[in-house]
Write a protein that binds this ligand. Sequence first.
Ligand code: NAD
Ligand code: UGA
Length: 457
Amino acid sequence: MSFEKEILCVGAGYVGGPTMAMIADKCPQYRVELVDINQARIDAWQSDNLPIYEPGLDEVVKRCRGRNLFFSTEVEPAIRKADMIFVSVNTPTKTFGQGAGQASDLQYVERTARKILECSTSDKIVIEKSTLPVRTAEAIKRILHSGDSDVQFDVLSNPEFLAEGTAVQDLLEPDRVLIGCDETERGKAALEELAAVYANWVVPERIIRTNVWSSELAKLVANAFLAQRVSSINTISALCEATGAEVDEVAHAIGLDSRIGSKFLKASIGFGGSCFKKDILNLVYIARSLGLDEVAGYWEQVVQVNEWQQDRFVRQMIAEMFNTIAGKRIAVFGFAFKADTGDTRESPAIRVCKELLEERAELCITDPKAIENAKLELGDHESIEYFADPYEAADGAHAIAVITDWRLYRELDYERICESMAKPAFIFDGRNILDHQALYDLGFSVVPIGKPRLVHF
Ligand code: NAD
Ligand code: UGA
């Protein structure tokens, strides 16, 4: 069967996988291929056990896999036949050398650009799907045009805004699709070619066109603004605890102001995920390199507050539990950085668990999807046990710490749990998802975030 277009994505991860599955599903006229250097990941994409958990993704992949969606580790032939190449490789924070701890590590992107140059025998549109520092397209373009062949490459920026746990819905009905291009005739024509792919299912008003630098920067800024709202409400949660105000009531009252809006005002143990911290630190690094120290300092605070909120949670646990948790069993409810994902990258659970272990607590960790990743994050430790069943995790525990907002944790039989725990039984609700008064009435001492504590003595 012949296809209208050959679309390739390099990097079959949390973004590449769902995004290409959606394109393949909505555009049966295109052949879509995902390549990755990680054989195990590619094998998993081809199996019944996909490498990432995303509600609704299995169905989408099953509909088009083998029809017009293909997975492979054969990067070179795939590049050769592609018309459009999405680059969706990882861009973690640098851990070495200049900019360590803040700047993006661009080695995977650069390696991909070099591979594209090496293997291409026909013109290509190359699309930055990874989140990249502003002006990276310039570097990619220079690499792609460093050869002596007359193959032409057009570089577009098309950052992804999906959130994990809702990726399928976000891709199906995006708030916007952002495409940035060079302000040349060729650049604009390439942009329209990509816009035509999305136009198969996205309404035209939601396809936004900008120059390439605005597109790259807008992605970092969107994440910075979202994270900033979480840190803002988390600072207010501390004020609420000190004054008797209730953070959810404050958030509701301000969120009704249409200029503020109600989303992303849920106080919590702090934000996690692979991108918020990384992208803000990247913004901080860029600002500082440009001599904009005040800009850098402003955004750096968002990350600092987030870490402070996690430390504050642990401090509060220790203070409530009579200033010692050594030898006490703590049931950790949830390890994923948010509900509906198995992803644990930068999850607040990591920092919190490490601090609890330093205090010599015994941890009983449970999560419906993230146990395997939790084991990778924390490694082998004699004071950690893992449980699939939250009832087993809580059995004999002195306290429960709710770290992830899984719906499941709202629906447990807390009377049964309370009976099985050591007394006094504590619940530290790092997500404010439980019915605190009902738990208190059952006999728990309950410590929420940004609300009065309900303790029995
Ligand atoms: P990921 O680590 O899940 O996936 C990246 C994949 O790229 C890995 O499987 C890796 O093996 C592969 N890879 C690396 N170098 C390669 C190469 N040279 N050739 C082939 N494959 C290669 O990362 P992710 O979460 O999908 O993120 C990818 C990018 O998208 C990042 O820049 C991230 O900031 C951005 N982003 C992520 C999300 C999210 O929700 N995770 C959302 C929006 C944007
Ligand atoms: C976020 C953005 O929402 C996406 O638009 C973006 O594409 C993505 O980052 C990315 O670039 O990687 P994601 O990290 O998957 O998506 O999840 P979010 O829903 O944004 O949640 C991030 C963290 O903030 C989670 O730990 C969540 O629990 C926390 N959060 C969120 C709160 O604590 N309170 C809130 O009100 C909202």
